[in-house]
Every structure is written in structure tokens, then in C-alpha cells.
Design a protein around this ligand. Structure first.
Ligand code: PRP
Ligand code: MN
Ligand code: MG
Length: 182
């Protein structure tokens, strides 16, 4: 285990099994269709890569880079588009792939944007859900694990851009972020 991690919440094996399970649900969901999977950079990268390998239908992938947290512990309250999609959304079946829903602000922004762009359908799959953080009314269609109100890192989730490469999801030692609760 990494020295900055207090405890592991979700192991590499748990993650792998969950990706397989979600992938087969999504295979059924999109059978015979050609969805556009939209990964939300940067956090969704490991999950996107793992879950899409278990979706056995034709699909297209694209990425959107939005940021609401910057380097802080909390959302700035404002979502910024860093990189937009290259693909036209109109009439498409979108599957938004996220690492975590916390306040819901990022996804609320994206869902509104894709509705405005006239997507045919919009579904959300997230690896983690932190329901205690919610301020925007948003719900995932599919999710991996619920996490408690603690600052979690790993498997795409960062603290000041570090720890995204950890293969598991863990809780950061309070001394690393100055003891403030997430
Ligand atoms: C994090 C995370 C989600 C979002 C969730 O991204 O990856 O995208 O925050 O929080 P919310 O529900 O309160 O909006 P962040 O903006 O930190 O960018 P990153 O993915 O590049 O780390
Ligand atoms: Mn993100
Ligand atoms: Mg972040």
C-alpha cells in the first residue's frame, strides 16, 4: 500500500469484478445500437478503459475535459470546459462515464449541455457515488460503489493531481491534506 494511504476502501480485485458486471449490463442496454461513450477527463480514464473492454457492442468513444475542483479539496462551484467533444451529439445515445459523483455539479452541467445539443438519450455510469456530497439533483443510471464522506483517491481520483495511478481506491491520510475533512 502507498505510504500516504490510510486504508484501502475498494481493492483492485473488487474494481475488476465490478467493471465486468457493469460491462455486461451495458452490453444488454446497448445491444444492436451504436452508443457514444463520453469519458470525463481526467478522473474517468482508468474506469473508462476497464469498463469499455467489457461492453460487447459497437461503440464510439470520445472525451470531454471539464474541471470544477482545480487543485482544491472542494468544488469551486463552477464547471470549466477544458476540452470539448470532437463528435456531434445530436441524435446520439450517450453514455457518460465518470469516476465519481460528489456534488453532482459536473454531471448536471454535462447532462444539461448534451440535452441542449439534442442527444437522443443520456445515461450515466459512475464507478463511485458519494451521495452525502450532493447539491445538484443528479443520479447515475449505473454505479459501482457508494463511498462515505471521506477524501478518496486512486483509480483516477486525485489529490493535487497525484494518486490517480493507484490501482485501488483508498482514503488519504489526513496529514497529507492538512487534516481537513473532505
Ligand atoms: C472530479 C471527479 C468528477 C467530479 C465529481 O473531477 O473526477 O469528475 O470531480 O465532483 P462533483 O460531482 O462535485 O462535480 P475534477 O473536476 O477534480 O477533475 P479531474 O477529473 O481532472 O480530477
Ligand atoms: Mn473528473
Ligand atoms: Mg480532480
Amino acid at each position: 500500500m502507498h505510504n500516504d494511504i490510510e486504508r484501502v476502501l475498494i481493492t483492485e480485485a473488487d474494481i475488476a469484478a465490478k467493471c465486468k458486471e457493469l460491462g455486461s449490463q451495458l452490453t444488454k442496454e446497448y445491444d444492436g445500437r451504436f452508443p457514444l461513450a463520453v469519458g470525463v477527463l481526467k478522473g474517468a480514464l482508468p474506469f473508462m478503459s476497464d469498463v469499455l473492454r467489457h461492453i460487447h457492442t459497437h461503440l464510439e468513444m470520445d472525451f470531454m475535459d471539464v474541471s470544477s475542483y482545480g487543485n482544491g479539496m472542494r468544488s469551486s462551484g463552477e464547471v470549466k470546459i477544458v476540452k470539448d467533444l470532437d463528435t456531434k451529439v445530436e441524435g446520439r445515445d450517450l453514455l457518460i462515464v465518470e469516476d465519481i459523483i460528489d456534488s453532482g455539479l459536473t454531471l448536471k452541467y454535462l447532462v444539461d449541455l448534451f440535452k441542449y445539443r439534442q442527444a437522443n438519450s443520456i445515461k450515466i455510469v459512475t464507478m463511485l457515488d458519494k451521495p452525502t456530497g450532493r447539491t445538484s439533483h443528479i443520479k447515475a443510471d449505473m454505479m459501482g460503489f457508494e463511498v462515505p464522506n471521506e477524501f478518496v483517491v486512486g483509480y483516477g481520483l486525485d489529490y493535487q493531481e497525484s494518486y490517480r495511478n493507484l490501482p485501488y481506491i483508498g482514503v488519504l491520510k489526513p496529514e497529507i491534506y492538512g487534516g481537513d475533512k473532505a
